[in-house]
Ligand binder design. Structure first.
Ligand code: SER
Length: 316
């Protein structure tokens, strides 16, 4: 990776990924693109609608990219509200990006998700290679996307790589329209209101990861020796698995007065119920030495510290 172009650069992952890559690979070696302008830009930026295949190709060519990271997508809850748009954007955007990678011979990354599994998949220690019959449009997109990336590798030799991300938690850019977003919202509300109403029911386990681990995973996978990769699209990775009362208890350690109650949203609960409780990451561990640094307690401490500075409120 020397010249990296990113789509969806203003999104939940993209906004932090761009900064991290710029620090590591040089400010001018990372081209950020998104359908909207970032609030502040720290390097090259271009407006790009991922449905515009011609412009995507032109931008990658003019920049001299050797790597394309395709991050633009609708998340699970939004996709469920507008399945046709989700199909068109998630699949159309990915297809355009893969074509650019094929034509310019770029290394390629795109994220899959725990959403690529469905209610018939085993819930505990979900295997790397297992049954994938998701019941959400987002999940359908993710499985099709994994297969499409495999196809571009086997048919054209495009160096496609990917991970199945769990819910990602960060204090920088809030997620939009995901099912796992409660695990981000809860920290904001804990600091600003001292209480939180969870739309996910008690006892609903989902895999999660702190953003610094997610960014490291992307870079480590992209830098990994391709010869050692048996899998490519996409590796199970996770850092922790918890249910709402456990994250509430972790916050209570630092904010003892914090209270949580529940008002379950049936739409997002149904999505969460169809996903695994915990992923098995042994393929990622063996093939490219994946290892997360943050567990629930370490993440909670860091989130509350960083977020209280950002929001200018005290965790008490
Ligand atoms: N965080 C994502 C979502 O909830 C999962 O990939 O949609």
């Amino acid at each position: 990776m020397k010249k990296i172009m990113i789509t969806g650069a203003c999104g939940q992952i993209g906004s932090e990924l761009v900064e991290k890559l710029r620090k590591q690979y040089g400010q001018n070696n990372v081209l950020a693109t998104d359908i909207r302008k970032p609030a502040n830009s720290t390097g090259p930026f271009e407006i790009l609608d991922v449905m515009d295949a011609e412009k995507m190709l032109k931008l990658a060519k003019n920049f001299g990219a050797d790597t394309l990271m395709h991050m633009a997508a609708l998340l699970s809850a939004t996709a469920e509200k507008n399945p046709v748009l989700a199909w068109n954007l998630n699949m159309g955007g990915l297809m355009n990006a893969l074509e650019v990678a094929r034509q310019l011979n770029l290394q390629f990354f795109t994220p899959s998700s725990i959403g690529a599994f469905g209610p018939t998949t085993e819930k505990e220690q979900t295997a790397q290679d297992t049954l994938q019959r998701p019941t959400t449009m987002y999940g359908v997109n993710k499985v099709a996307g994994e297969l499409l990336c495999d196809y571009y590798y086997t048919k054209y030799g495009v160096d496609t790589r990917g991970v199945r991300f769990p819910g990602l938690i960060s204090y920088v850019t809030p997620p939009g329209g995901g099912t796992t977003d409660y695990a981000v919202d809860i920290y904001y509300k804990a600091l600003t209101e001292g209480k939180y109403t969870s739309y996910i029911a008690e006892g609903t386990y989902m895999d999660m990861m702190y953003m610094p681990d997610a960014l490291d995973a992307i870079i480590n996978l992209m830098e990994a020796d391709g010869e050692k990769l048996v899998h490519r699209n996409a590796f199970n990775i996770t850092a922790m698995s918890f249910e709402p009362s456990q994250i509430a208890a972790a916050i209570k350690k630092y904010i003892p007065t914090f209270e949580m109650d529940y008002a379950v949203d049936p739409a997002r609960q149904a999505i969460a119920d169809s996903w695994p409780n915990s992923l098995n990451c042994s393929a990622a561990e063996q093939e490219w030495s994946f290892k997360a640094q943050f567990d629930l307690d370490k993440m909670t401490k860091d989130m509350l510290e960083k977020l209280s500075k950002k929001l200018e409120v005290k965790a008490s």
